[in-house]
Design a protein around this ligand. Structure first.
Ligand code: F6P
Length: 541
């Protein structure tokens, strides 16, 4: 359905133009309780959304919009295994992978939980053998290094989680190779010993060119050292496609499966998380799942006004569709979360970067924004200039886990101070009068002051959310990731999208196949003049 046809949308549009909320500074001055009023807490995460340009009326209208777009029934349909990925006729059940109880989850009348538990038990048993040293390489040595070869969802999720939970890692060292540029693999292998290295070839489809190219070269590297028989001790696959795994030359006894109802960007909870299990152990992975399950439960049951994913999603809709923001920054203040922006980029942009609704109609409203970001402290010394004084208003999610094993207290206070300072600066800005008074107090000449005031003034009134985690543990990370998954789901539901397909990645793949044939000497297919000219140039080098 078209959300702009609902009366809630019309009222929101009218509210945004005829009763625009006052500047954030004034809103805080008018209501000293604003920070307590616009905050919610669940699953070890505090969401402070008081620095958004909203009032109670805005929120009520946004909740009306969620109701008008049938959010509750969409949510039920997802959790209950309906084929909501309509263009691929698939259920969307990453939530089943982390479900804690025994209530059956049915797909086509079959409970999927027994199969999930069977594969997970095999994954855990294998990981324990590797971690304990019982699983030996071709020369009888234990495995000390693991290389996950995958791309997109078969790379970003496990990589991001392994980085985030490094303080908990007590297994083999982990590397991730995704880029088809051979230097990624070559530089990774340079310091590794084939006799002690295990490769995980992670690919849902097992047809992804980048992954198979890297896997073939990795196999050749291993075989050069240990011979063909070494492959069985050093290569395992994670995939839904047993036939292709077999074709590639990996024994399906060394394959850990999952199912087509797990989207690639939602797959870290499945056996795609094998690298995570190897790094932090089964107990840590169980905690990750439990944190996500707690957020699932919160999302399913909490009233809209207390529901973290719903609130986060609706604020995004307000910013995108009614205040005109086209992008969203993710700024984590914990270094180990440094790949979170990249992970959320795929999660959000591959899900909601769509211009056609699930019903096939073209949208006439904005959908998913550009997601980008970096660890906050580093961003402050790079692109935050634009956030504070640029012409575009770009909402920011500040994310900070307050405790982490191994922290140095003196750094921690600076980390917290920086995070809080940035959202305060974006919100309050700095007026010309404040700049003038500050410069006068420093004894700067009046002429110099007046010349610099325009440059040193901050407009402020720039929205942000602050998400505080009590600690960065497997459990709280699980909850945080599920929070963002459901945020994306809520936004997709309101925009009427199918958030679970990704047809937009196909054309480039198709063209690359033909171009590779041309580079190999074929005369067909022919391309446009620009591509032909570039092809000719690359061939001349
Ligand atoms: O090209 C996009 C994509 O299909 C993603 O959706 C997916 O996560 C990634 O490629 C990797 O796919 P696979 O796991 O099948 O190799």
């Amino acid at each position: 359905m078209n959300p702009t046809r609902t009366s809630a949308w019309t009222r929101l549009a009218e509210h945004a133009t005829s009763h625009p909320p006052a500047a954030l500074r004034e809103l805080f001055a008018q209501d000293p309780q604003r920070a307590c009023h616009f905050r919610q807490e669940a699953c070890g995460i505090l969401l402070d959304y008081s620095k958004n340009r909203i009032s109670d009326t805005t929120l009520h209208l946004l909740f009306d919009l969620a109701d008008a777009c049938d959010l509750r029934s969409h949510t039920r349909a997802m959790f209950e295994g309906d084929a909501i990925n309509s263009t691929e006729h698939r259920a969307v059940l990453h939530t089943a992978l982390r479900t804690q109880g025994d209530v059956p989850v049915l797909v086509d009348g079959h409970d999927v939980l027994p199969a999930i538990r069977e594969v997970r038990a095999r994954t855990y048993a294998f990981a324990e053998r590797v971690r304990s040293g019982d699983w030996k390489g071709f020369s009888g040595e234990r495995i000390t290094d693991v290389v996950n070869i995958g791309i997109g969802g078969s790379d970003l999720g496990p990589l991001m989680v392994c980085e985030a939970l490094k303080p908990y890692a007590d297994g083999p060292r982990m590397d991730f190779v995704s880029n088809v540029d051979s230097l990624h693999l070559v530089q990774t292998l340079k310091d590794l010993d084939p006799a002690r290295t295990l490769f995980i070839v992670a690919s849902k489809t097992f047809t992804t060119v980048e992954t198979l190219t890297n896997a073939r070269s990795a196999r050749a590297w291993l075989v050069a050292a240990g011979g063909e028989t070494a492959v069985a001790r050093h290569f395992v696959a994670v995939s839904t496609n047993a036939a292709k795994v077999n074709d590639f030359g990996i024994d399906t006894a060394n394959m850990f499966g999952f199912w087509d109802w797990v989207g690639g960007r939602y797959s870290l909870w499945s056996s795609i998380g094998l690298s995570i299990v190897l790094a932090i152990g089964p107990a840590g992975f169980d905690e990750l799942l439990a944190g996500a399950a707690a957020m699932d439960q919160h999302f399913r049951t909490a009233p809209l006004a207390e529901n973290l994913p719903v609130i986060l999603a609706l604020l995004g809709i307000w910013n995108v569709n009614f205040l005109g923001s086209a992008s969203q920054v993710i700024a984590p203040y914990n270094q180990t979360l440094h790949r979170l922006p990249a992970f959320l980029q795929q999660l959000d942009m591959e899900s909601n970067g769509k211009r056609v609704r699930a019903d096939g109609e073209a949208v006439d409203y904005a959908t998913g924004p550009v997601i980008w970001g970096e660890p906050g402290t580093n961003g402050q010394h790079a692109f935050f200039q634009l956030l504070h004084q640029g012409t575009a208003v770009i909402p920011v999610d500040f994310i900070l886990a307050l405790r982490q094993p191994g922290q140095i207290e003196a750094h921690r206070t600076s980390q917290i101070a920086n995070c809080l300072a940035q959202s305060a600066a974006l919100m309050q800005g700095k007026t010309a009068e404040e700049v003038r008074a500050e410069m006068q107090a420093k004894g700067i000449a009046a002429e110099e002051i007046e010349a610099l005031i325009p440059h040193r003034t901050f407009p402020g009134n720039r929205p942000s959310n602050t998400l505080l985690l009590d600690e960065l543990s497997p459990r709280s990370l699980g909850a945080l990731l599920a929070l963002y998954e459901h945020k994306v789901f809520v936004q997709g539901s309101i925009w009427g999208l199918n958030s679970f397909d990704q047809w937009g990645v196909e054309l480039g793949k198709q063209l690359a196949t033909g171009i590779e044939q041309r580079l190999a000497g074929a005369s067909e297919p022919a391309y446009d003049a620009s591509t032909e000219a570039l092809l000719a140039y690359t061939r001349s080098k």
